[in-house]
Design a protein around this ligand. Structure first.
Ligand SMILES: [Mn+2]
Length: 322
């Protein structure tokens, strides 16, 4: 839960501004885009005479283009004359991809609000609405809207529910708390178009993605260390026509093999081999495994990148059989 005092101070800060800029992190996911667009609609309704600009360094993924207002996300804004900045879903300034060029935005001298749920959030804004107990930034935006009695329309509810769904893996991850279900109920009551989200986000995959995943699944092997491992080469990307980003999600299938300690996908890209490692177990620390290859991450999801390319190896064994 957020501090009501901080929420009211945020509203004061926004009401004093003429031009408000809303940012999310680069390579945006459903939570970043959902919160960005949801806040824009909330602010436009609350402050009809202010100028509100939403910004993300990168474009929204194709699967999120159904959300209202994606075409109005700016990528290269004129940042001058901005009097208030709202950051969403960004644990650190550099994740916005704008810190190098606009570091002046990330000081407490700027009228800024930081809305986030990452436990590692650097609290870099003047007002930090950060709740590590929340499963998504969209969940926090819904809480703020209700605290300020801002009306949640069906469009806003659809944007926010998208972030709740994507950051909980469709309400399947272990962060799916009682509060998440309360937020889902709240947003459905507000008219969130749940089936539209499910269709676009969870039930849509390009043929190139399916072909790439086919290769991942076909090449799965189980290691003696208890890993379900697969690999995709440059040739696999070329033959399927898939982009690197289309590999996202395939690793969840590898994790489904019973009795495994971890899953890993190796992929070749730009002269490097990238490794993604996941586990569902509490007694396995994949961040530690990734650390051995100069990588890092979280206990249950980590990765590394090494220079080089992939070479397959087949292990044959001679056995005595009667
Ligand atoms: Mn998030």
């Amino acid at each position: 839960m957020l501090n009501l005092h901080d929420i009211r101070n945020s509203a004061d800060l926004l009401s004093r501004a003429e031009r408000i800029l809303v940012f999310c992190h680069a390579n945006p996911d459903g939570d970043a885009i959902g919160a960005l667009l949801g806040i824009r609609l909330l602010l436009e309704a609350a402050y009809p005479d202010k100028h509100i600009l939403v910004l993300c360094k990168d474009s929204a993924p194709d699967t999120l283009l159904f959300l209202p207002g994606t075409e109005r996300i700016a990528h290269d804004p004129h940042l001058r004359n901005t009097d208030a900045v709202v950051f969403v879903d960004s644990a650190e300034p550099k994740l916005t991809g704008l810190y190098e060029t606009h570091s002046e935005l990330f000081t407490k001298d700027v009228s800024s609000i930081n809305i986030d749920h990452h436990p590692t959030n650097a609290q870099f804004a003047r007002i930090n609405l950060v709740d590590p107990a929340a499963a998504s930034a969209c969940e926090i935006v819904a809480e703020i809207a209700d605290a300020l009695s801002w009306n949640i329309t069906p469009d806003i509810a659809t944007c926010l529910l998208t972030g709740v769904y994507t950051d909980t893996g469709g309400l399947l991850h272990s962060n799916t708390s009682v509060q998440v279900y309360r937020t889902v109920a709240r947003l459905l009551r507000a008219g969130a178009r749940q089936q539209e989200i499910i269709k676009h986000v969870f039930r849509t995959a390009k043929p190139s993605t399916l072909k790439l995943w086919g290769r991942v699944l076909e090449k799965i092997s189980l290691t003696e260390e208890g890993g379900a491992v697969s690999a995709v080469t440059k040739g696999d990307f070329a033959a399927t026509g898939a982009h690197y980003s289309e590999l996202t999600g395939a690793i969840d299938y590898l994790n489904a093999v019973p009795g495994m300690r971890f899953s890993m996908i190796l992929s070749e890209r730009d002269g490097k081999v990238k490794g993604s490692i996941r586990t569902l177990r509490d007694d396995v620390d994949v961040a530690e495994m990734a650390g051995k290859f100069d990588g890092g991450g979280h206990k249950k999801a980590a990765g590394f990148a090494l220079p080089g390319k992939l070479k397959s190896e087949v292990r044959w064994k001679v056995v005595n059989e009667e």
